[in-house]
Design a protein around this ligand. Structure first.
Ligand SMILES: [Ca+2]
Ligand SMILES: [Ca+2]
Ligand SMILES: [Ca+2]
Length: 242
């Protein structure tokens, strides 16, 4: 009985460390895997044949598949996997629908504070970070759940930060990945951060919220504490048996 209990506790401990380790292995290469973003993504794949992707219709071309966000110390990593063509947009019934900006809510108050605008050339995605004063919503009122779509006005006309990430394709899906220094999010006071993405028509969208990962030193201290507790329990058992 004792042995089983101890083994379970050790497995739980290893799992907790494993989650931290796998997300630490995120690589910005335009290739999205659920293993590299384990514990830090949301998903709501389109399944079935009616084309409903939520809150609208459109099938694979308008399907948002994965949205990921991971905070590692001062670095913020993000990724998107979608059936929507993020390079050229999607032409449908003579109208070219644009991909939206990534919207970022810091301080967990339901207000999106920053926009990551992007353009794609080859396998490189170029990003511009803006502090937003007003947003544009998606084009249909019945898709309000997918709002906002892209930034309308910002505190400055020039971006706070420009950087590059990676773009890739996976079957009929497109992948965007990038990372930037969180110090550019000057409104951030700690705690959870939410990332949001949709396209112009708002047919589909995803949100993902993440909280900061403890620094490696904290994890080591935590691990040391758990091991010390095991040592203590072992000593107690020996004393009782002896
Ligand atoms: Ca990757
Ligand atoms: Ca979807
Ligand atoms: Ca906010």
């Amino acid at each position: 009985m004792r042995t089983i209990k101890k083994a379970t506790a050790l497995a739980t401990f290893a799992l907790a460390i494993g989650v931290c380790g796998s997300a630490g292995a995120v690589t910005i290469d335009g290739s999205f895997s659920t293993a590299e973003w384990a514990g830090y993504y949301s998903t709501e794949d389109w399944v079935g044949s009616n084309g409903y992707v939520g809150p609208g219709y459109g099938g694979q071309s308008f399907d948002v598949e994965y949205l990921a966000l991971y905070m590692d110390g001062n670095d913020l990593y993000f990724a998107l996997k979608t059936g929507f063509n993020v390079t050229s947009g999607v032409l449908y019934n003579g109208y070219l629908y644009k991909p939206g900006d990534f919207a970022i809510d810091v301080n967990n108050d339901g207000v999106y504070d920053y926009a990551l605008d992007f353009s794609v050339s080859g396998s490189t995605a170029s990003y511009s970070l803006y502090q937003v004063t007003a947003w544009k919503n998606s084009m249909y009122a019945q898709h309000a759940a997918a709002d906002p779509f892209e930034y309308k006005t910002a505190t400055t006309s020039s971006p706070l930060l420009s950087f590059t990430g990676s773009e890739g394709t996976s079957g009929t899906s497109y992948v965007l990945e990038g990372a930037f220094d969180m110090s550019y999010l000057t409104l951030y006071n700690g705690g959870p951060v939410t990332l949001h993405w949709t396209m112009e028509c708002g047919n589909d969208y995803l949100n993902v919220t993440t909280t900061p990962v403890p620094e490696p030193s904290t994890i080591m201290l935590l691990g040391g504490g758990v091991l010390a507790a095991f040592g203590f329990a072992g000593a107690m058992r020996k004393r009782r048996q002896g």
